[in-house]
Design a protein around this ligand. Structure first.
Ligand SMILES: Cc1cc2nc3c(=O)[nH]c(=O)nc-3n(C[C@H](O)[C@H](O)[C@H](O)COP(=O)(O)O)c2cc1C
Length: 188
């Protein structure tokens, strides 16, 4: 009998075209794939994640592809998340994703976050790499009952350390790989 490869879902706190967080997250997911994981990315663009409001939910139900994405999260064995730090915290986009997916669904039932491992990355154009954003994210994800991997990385000076969509700093690429590798271990 062959062991099924774990499903790792990527979530990015920036929907910006040319996002450094997306670049680094894609690198981490690609590394997880080389280790034997199946990987899927949650795309935040489109009409699936309007600003959460209970009135909206009551009036219009579940927007866009939300149930499809919730099902992906229910199926996930673990997550890799990367977010910019905006004013000392993770972005509204990331928190909004958590809020929508945390809502129960009859058509995509199950547990999207509780007891699942997550590896954290933050990427910043600044010198501290967004480390305060990661701390804040830890608090939110712990509240959901997630298991935060002990290996995380705050990737600083993103403009200087990337080029043409690639990480060009060997040490930093290794740290990102280590986050992915640890998370992969936690899913097994
Ligand atoms: C509203 C806003 C607030 C920001 N606050 C911080 C911050 O607190 N710390 C930091 O290191 N960078 C901060 N930045 C800079 C981001 O690190 C930078 O824009 C980064 O490239 C965003 O990530 P992305 O390339 O994935 O979109 C901020 C940027 C914006 C737009």
């Amino acid at each position: 009998m062959t062991e099924k490869s774990p499903l790792i879902v990527g979530v990015c706190g920036s929907a910006r075209a040319g996002s450094f967080n997306r670049l680094v997250l894609d690198h981490a997911l690609a590394h997880a794939e080389t280790l034997g994981a199946r990987v899927e990315m949650v795309e935040m663009q489109g009409d699936t994640f309007p600003n959460f409001c209970e009135d909206l939910e009551t009036r219009d139900g579940r927007p866009g592809r939300l149930d499809e994405i919730r099902q992906l999260c229910v199926d996930a064995d673990g997550y890799l998340m990367a977010s910019p730090e905006y004013n000392g915290g993770p972005t509204g986009i990331l928190k909004n994703f958590v809020d929508w997916v945390s809502r129960p669904s009859k058509t995509a039932p199950g547990i999207p976050f509780r007891e699942k491992p997550v590896g954290l990355l933050s990427v910043s154009t600044g010198r501290l790499g967004g480390i305060k954003g990661i701390q804040c994210l830890r608090m939110i994800l712990s509240h959901l009952g997630m298991h935060i991997s002990g290996k995380e990385f705050a990737f600083a000076l993103a403009k200087e350390n990337t080029e043409d969509g690639k990480i060009i700093n060997e040490f930093m690429a290794g740290e990102v790989n280590a986050v992915a590798a640890r998370l992969f271990e936690l899913t097994r």
